[in-house]
Design a protein around this ligand. Sequence first.
Ligand code: ZN
Length: 411
Amino acid sequence: MKTSIEIDTKEVGKWVEWLATFGATKNGGVTRLLYDENWRLAQHSLLQKMNEMGLSSYFDGVGNLFGRLEGTLQEEKKILTGSHIDTVIDGGKYDGAYGIIASLVAVHYLNQHYGAPKKTIEVVSLCEEEGSRFPLAFWGSGSITGKYTKEDCKGLYDTRKNSFSHAMSSVGLQADSKPVKREDIDSFIEIHIEQGAVLEKEHKSIGIVSHIVGQRRFTVKVTGESNHAGTTPMPYRKDSILLAAECITYVINQVTEIDPQLVATVGKIEALPNVPNVIAKEVTFTLDVRHHQEEVLDYFCEKVFSYFKQKSIETGMDVEWEQWMDVQAVAMDDKLTKLAYRIVEEMDIPNRKMISGAGHDAQVFGTYCPTALLFVPSVGGISHSPKEHTDLEDLKRGILVLIELLHRLAY
Ligand code: ZN
């Protein structure tokens, strides 16, 4: 690796362990849900750390925490870097947390070695991304970019029947206190764990994300006829399980034929009446399909649903589908991505360009301002688990790249 930047690897490890104490679970994982006590302690402790580092820190109206390193140019636009503080239930120490730590360590290094930047940099600890407590994801980045307003959290409750607004006020945040949408963001840089096994399998330390996939989800219902499993000859049956199986097989075969980067999953299936000696009357299954180009998703959906229609006519059974999720694919900023790639190559760090199959705050920022997303490897590809792990050397390499990237953008 070629770089003159030196950071203390052990310090990085200490940061990870420190932040993981807020919401530590018995299994060695972390549960830090939006506006719970662990969340509050983590955000306020981070605020204190930011102050100790000489950053001017503040919360916005929904609990996003910012630590600002003021630029000398007094420009209105600010470079934003960070990730999310919330976790899934019994999640890992790195998801989200690493991006906040990396940004803090990077900005602290830059401040100590080069003083004030030309352009203002803000580290952000986003209040929520996972949707683990309330049925709403990307609340932090969505509030900053104007995707969400306070109206969107009205009528939302967690599983313990706490309302969203009650949860907010319990951590000292008042709905409608300060405006949250920002008009002064120059760009957003996020570094995150991969949460997959590609980087590890290919022995790469950095992934440079070009796109975050679009996601569409459907529920498909196949309706046949219930009948006796012994007395109904095969040609007279309207077997919904058989037709569902044909539809699912078609889906999977199409995926491999259309594009190697297309993925589709039938992850949930239910049969009625679900009895061993009765021909099933009805099968419902889910279909989750992802790709980074909307045209490919359109083509896939058209092909699959016209097959479903044709099979419905052939068999005299009903096949209906309903879409309940449509997340657009988002491209990361070309200039920023190329710059990150140049830096990683100059530093001689093994890397690859990649597409993110998971959602990130960067996808919300990506539709709003120039955005870059970098990955470091996840050991065994495991995430959303106490077993989530990234080697210290890889955590460090990610921070070195972030330092260099911020240096070139802000100084
Ligand atoms: Zn995350």
